[in-house]
Design a protein around this ligand. Structure first.
Ligand code: CMP
Length: 142
């Protein structure tokens, strides 16, 4: 089925000028970018987005990293988009990410791992709504 998923290019990959290379991977895989913007998260925004991890030992480092510089946030649309994007990204820990995945190619560590993608359709809906108003999403008509 055609799905929408939510994606972040994290501060490490933005700082290293990998935005275009990462967008190219999405487009080459048939995922359409139907919403996109650059934002520099406040501490409150980062804590809210990652609220489900608030009790994890890495939460402080995660919020600190995600507010360390601008990020790109985007909505990707396509067949099986949630799983397709997870395959493009590779494992959360780049040391375990398959060859040719974004994390294998662009991430340095589990903490600075280049990209985020929704893990399920329900989280995709919540994460899209966290960053985008309905009128900022532009489904393709051609
Ligand atoms: P992300 O998909 O953005 O969701 C939470 C982030 O926490 C994750 O990617 C990792 O970058 C980071 N993180 C750090 N340590 C861990 C861990 N042990 N397990 C999962 N995520 C971790």
């Amino acid at each position: 089925a055609i799905e929408r998923t939510f994606s972040i290019i994290k501060p490490d990959a933005v700082a290293k000028n990998h935005i275009g290379a990462i967008y190219s991977r999405f487009e080459s895989a048939g995922l359409k970018i139907i919403a996109s913007k650059m934002v520099h998260l406040t501490k409150e925004q980062a804590e809210g987005f990652y609220a489900e991890h608030s009790e994890r030992p890495f939460f402080g480092a995660l919020v600190s990293f995600m507010t360390s510089g601008p990020i790109m946030v985007q909505v990707l649309e396509g067949e099986n988009a949630v799983l397709a994007n997870r395959e493009i990204m590779g494992a959360t820990n780049p040391a375990q990410a398959a060859r040719g995945t974004l994390r294998a190619d662009y991430a340095d560590s589990i903490d600075e791992n280049a990209v985020h993608g929704s893990d399920a359709l329900a989280s995709a809906e919540r994460e899209i709504a966290y960053f985008f108003a309905a009128d900022e999403i532009c489904p393709r008509t051609r």
